[in-house]
Design a protein around this ligand. Structure first.
Ligand code: ATP
Length: 237
């Protein structure tokens, strides 16, 4: 469904991503792990079109989208939930969701109330807080709002940058339970994390990145805590 082929990302002279390839299958769940500065955010930003590729190619549903803008990619079905969640404080939960709906392609989005019904079924906590200013939400609720907002754009794939960041263990569990539900409903997910979060679903692909490169590309599972520590610390290069 979406494919990255040898993608490179540069910021001036700094190369943040070196030739990363990934195939994302429809309905799949891809996990990208790596320590600080590994290039994870840069890579998914390139998938979303927020930063340009300095090398390689990105293909969505068979079409080359390497040079397609981020806005157009949202319309084509690629939604990014950025680190820090990107919800607009000062706006209510419902207003944030409305912004997500507006970002979607008109021909695919259906009515706002239908979309709202769908996301509040998955995130019932949000339905009790629709009029609440989102700055007063808990971290876990805010993360759920960010995912719900991305869903209202009717994406084919959601890219999530460190959804567990800054959350208490129980909130991490709740967020991942919601992601699991999305996955079961057939949503395609690409999740970036630094730590091996306590997820119950088995990723169908796990990439481990460090210093802009892929150190491990694993099908049907993820590395153990010990393997991950070894990779992060520089073994097996
Ligand atoms: P983290 O887990 O800490 O968010 P990451 O794996 O997502 O890290 P990136 O944020 O992609 O890593 O950063 C990769 C490298 O690119 C780092 O060395 C970082 O300093 C550099 N970098 C990222 N954004 C920029 C930018 N806008 N300008 C210059 N360098 C950047």
């Amino acid at each position: 469904m979406m494919k990255a082929d040898n993608v490179g990302v540069h910021y001036g002279a700094i190369q943040a991503v070196h030739g990363v390839s990934l195939e994302i299958k429809a309905g799949g769940f891809v996990l990208i792990l790596g320590p600080n500065g590994a290039g994870k955010t840069s890579f998914i930003s390139a998938l979303a079109g927020i930063v340009p590729c300095s090398a390689g190619k990105i293909v969505l549903d068979g079409a080359d989208v390497t040079h397609v803008s981020a806005t157009r990619r949202v319309r084509l079905g690629v939604s990014l939930v950025p680190e820090g969640r990107g919800v607009l404080k000062g706006l209510s939960v419902k207003e944030n969701l409305l912004l997500g709906w507006h970002a979607s392609a008109k021909e695919r989005r259906g009515s706002f109330s239908t979309g709202l019904g769908e996301v509040t079924e998955i995130f019932p906590r949000l339905s009790e807080r629709l009029e609440q200013d989102c700055s007063t939400l808990s971290g876990g609720e805010m993360q759920m709002l960010a995912v719900a907002r991305a869903m209202l754009a009717r994406p084919k794939v959601i890219l999530l940058d460190e959804p567990s960041l800054g959350l208490a263990p129980l909130a991490v569990k709740a967020v991942y339970a919601a992601l699991r539900r999305l996955s079961e409903l057939g949503m395609t997910l690409v999740v970036v994390e630094q730590k091996n979060v306590p997820i119950t679903s088995v990723p169908d692909r796990t990439l481990v990145m460090r210093e802009g490169e892929v150190l491990l590309d694993m099908a049907d599972g993820r590395p153990s805590e010990a393997e991950l520590a070894e990779l992060y610390l520089g073994g097996r290069r």
